[in-house]
Design a protein around this ligand. Structure first.
Ligand code: IMP
Length: 196
């Protein structure tokens, strides 16, 4: 596990995501520090892909901190509306992070375009070293969009996402139930496999 030892920056300012990534790092004995704790600036996500944005964030945090850094870029792709909101998932909620409104927008657009409610959460996970090198891994969680939103747990679009084969949304699951089913966990499995 040579590339995952000691202090490691979790390059995210989203506390929900920092918590999930820190929990996945638990078994590796690394000491996660968040970009927020280190006062690192949050770079603008200027790339058009999840992989591009994850690499950009991880590299910026590794270069600024001198520590290895792990960043994720993730979002929801709804097939019936051409993969939206995709890399714009956070932006659909606006500066006030109003995910009620963002979920409503998904549903309204879906009601116009037809009935393909299949969707996936995607996560690109990038591990950057202080020398600027980056490795990227991608994971997905497939599911269906439901309406009305259900559940108060989780964050973001969790209340409208029912993972394939299950009858509860991510928003109705505890942190422990949701964690192994996520796109982040699947990307993380690929990262771990690459270290072996
Ligand atoms: P970013 O990766 O920080 O650009 O933001 C991705 C956005 O996608 C988040 O703000 C959430 O709205 C959404 N998202 C990503 N992963 C999840 C998840 O596990 N549940 C619910 N929403 C998510």
């Amino acid at each position: 596990m040579s590339r995952l030892t000691g202090r490691l920056v979790v390059a995210s300012h989203n506390s929900g995501k920092v918590r999930e990534i820190a929990a996945m790092l638990g078994p590796f004995g690394v000491e996660p520090v968040s970009a927020g704790e280190l006062g690192l600036p949050e770079p603008e996500e200027t790339e058009a892909t999840f992989i591009g944005n994850a690499a950009l964030k991880a590299r910026a945090a590794a270069l600024a901190s001198g520590l290895p850094a792990l960043a994720d870029d993730s979002g929801l792709e709804v097939f019936g509306i051409g993969g939206d909101p995709g890399v714009y998932s956070a932006r659909w909620a606006g500066p006030g992070k109003d995910f009620r409104a963002a979920m409503q927008l998904v549903w309204e657009k879906l009601s116009v375009t037809g009935d393909d409610r299949s969707a996936r959460f995607v996560c690109a996970l990038a591990l950057a070293q202080p020398d600027g090198s980056v490795e990227v891994f991608e994971g997905e969680a497939r599911g269906t969009i439901v309406w009305p939103p259900r559940g108060e747990k989780g964050f973001g679009y969790d209340p409208i996402f029912e993972p394939l084969g299950l009858s509860r949304t991510f928003g109705e699951m505890t942190h422990e139930e949701k964690l192994p089913l996520t796109h982040r966990a699947r990307a993380f499995e690929k990262l771990v496999a690459s270290l072996k």
